[in-house]
Design a protein around this ligand. Structure first.
Ligand SMILES: Nc1ncnc2c1ncn2[C@@H]1O[C@H](COP(=O)(O)OP(=O)(O)OP(=O)(O)O)[C@@H](O)[C@H]1O
Ligand code: SF4
Ligand SMILES: [Mg+2]
Length: 406
């Protein structure tokens, strides 16, 4: 039995502006000690998925409207609040982007750590304090015993995040959810904090869900990756498979828009043209269709589910043999993935039905027409040249070019 099993999770926010379809049927599993990355652009539902798992959705707007979250065999969506509170902070811990939002500014680190440890373990105050010092030392806080008396604001950003990790690991949780844990830190500190997280979770056998918009971060930290778009998981694979054979047009776009370790020197980073969809609209069709150069007519009406790339029926959901699955009607070939655009002769992205949003912005999605487009622009003596975006679409020329999100 998996440690965590999220089954068809649906989360919506009922707001004055309408219903936000934040998470639209997310299913995944996690084994004990496994490290999973959750990646995708801002607003795709990464945080909400995890807030729903630990039942910390902002109330009253945020609600789980479907699905189950089995943790150690118990469905967290229906457990009484008191029992979920017990599980939170003992079996499941969470680290957020900004440690100041999680640390209490008016309590010393001693008070916060001792309180946390004592809330879940039958230990004396002195024993809890000893454990707090050990943990602070473990996360690399110099003179840990002396720092117990300090308040959060007396620590630098990187040190505060270390304190948060120490508190999160104080209880040796079975699952640690880290939501953009290093985004607020400068680059050198980011690497140290990530190393620390990886080493400590490995040593303690803690399962990790690492949420980030940065594919570079998950590459070195996780064993598996779920790529999210518009509240759906659109591709899932082992980390090695995902980087070696990205298969969903959105993942391909992400990979072309971030620096890669194996990038050829001078290789240009290309943003994904267009914006994620408005989550107030109930999803119909593939949510990536307006930005996708591979789209077929069917994509506008039918949102494909995750399917094994191999076509096999039997699916392995966890571990190093996890099945590589993608939710796409027209998966790019390996050559197309490398090029970041469709290469099939004469292929044209299906035009939108009337009323649908098309992020092609009036230009053609047919990459074969590029020559014509360039010729037309040159004929107007324009100094600018269009080029395909990371999703294979033509980008508008500078200065309108913009990078949406990633
Ligand atoms: N309190 C809230 N009220 C209404 N809508 C919300 C609320 N919190 C999140 N949402 C919406 O839910 C959707 C998913 O948001 P979520 O915070 O999970 O995105 P994310 O993938 O974590 O993005 P980021 O990378 O910016 O953190 C978004 O459309 C967001 O606007
Ligand atoms: S080809 Fe179709 S299903 Fe696949 S990502 Fe593009 S629009 Fe979505
Ligand atoms: Mg978030």
């Amino acid at each position: 039995m998996a440690l965590l099993s999220v089954e068809d999770l649906v989360v919506r926010f009922r707001t004055h502006e309408g219903t936000i379809h934040a998470v639209n049927g997310v299913t995944f599993e996690l084994e004990e000690g496994e490290r999973l990355g959750l990646v995708g652009e801002s607003g795709c539902g990464k945080s909400v998925t995890n807030l729903a798992i630990i039942r910390l959705l902002p109330k009253p707007a945020g609600r789980i409207e479907g699905g189950r979250v089995l943790f150690d065999g118990q469905d967290l969506t229906v457990l009484p609040e008191a029992e979920v509170r017990d599980i939170r902070g003992s079996d499941i811990a969470m680290i957020f982007q900004d440690p100041m939002t999680s640390l209490n500014p008016v309590l010393t680190i001693r008070e916060q750590m001792v309180e946390t440890i004592q809330a879940h373990r039958k230990v004396t105050k002195a024993e809890a304090e000893k454990r707090a010092v050990e943990l602070l030392a473990m996360v690399g806080i110099p003179k840990a015993a002396d720092r117990l008396k300090d308040y959060p604001h007396q620590f630098s950003g990187g040190m505060r995040q270390r304190v948060m990790i120490a508190i999160a690991l104080a209880l040796e949780p079975k699952l640690l959810i880290a939501d953009e844990p290093t985004t607020a830190l400068d680059v050198t500190i980011q690497a140290q904090v990530l190393d620390l997280l990886r080493n400590l979770t490995t040593e303690q056998g803690t399962a990790l869900v690492l949420i980030t918009h940065d594919l570079g971060v998950v590459a070195g930290m996780t064993q598996r990756i779920n790529v999210m778009y518009a509240g759906f998981i659109v591709e899932t694979a082992t980390t090695a498979d995902l980087f070696a054979h990205p298969s969903h047009p959105y993942t391909i776009g992400l990979l072309h828009s971030v620096p890669r370790l194996d990038a050829v020197e001078g290789e240009e980073l290309i943003p994904i043209e267009g914006r994620p969809p408005d989550m107030r609209r109930a999803p119909t069709g593939c949510p990536f269709a307006p930005r996708c150069a591979w789209r077929l007519e069917a994509c506008w009406a039918d949102n494909p589910g995750l399917r094994a790339l191999s076509g096999e029926e039997t699916v392995v959901t966890t571990g190093e043999r996890a099945t590589h699955r993608s939710a796409c009607h027209n998966p790019p070939t390996a050559e197309e993935a490398a090029a970041g655009r469709p290469l099939r002769a004469g292929f044209t992205a299906a035009p939108p039905p009337s009323g649908a949003i098309d992020e092609l912005g009036g230009t053609t999605a047919n990459i074969d027409d590029f020559g014509g487009l360039v010729a037309a622009i040159e004929a107007e003596e324009s100094p600018i040249e269009p080029f395909p975006s990371a999703a294979g679409l033509p980008l508008p020329p500078e200065p309108e070019r913009r990078n949406d999100g990633i």
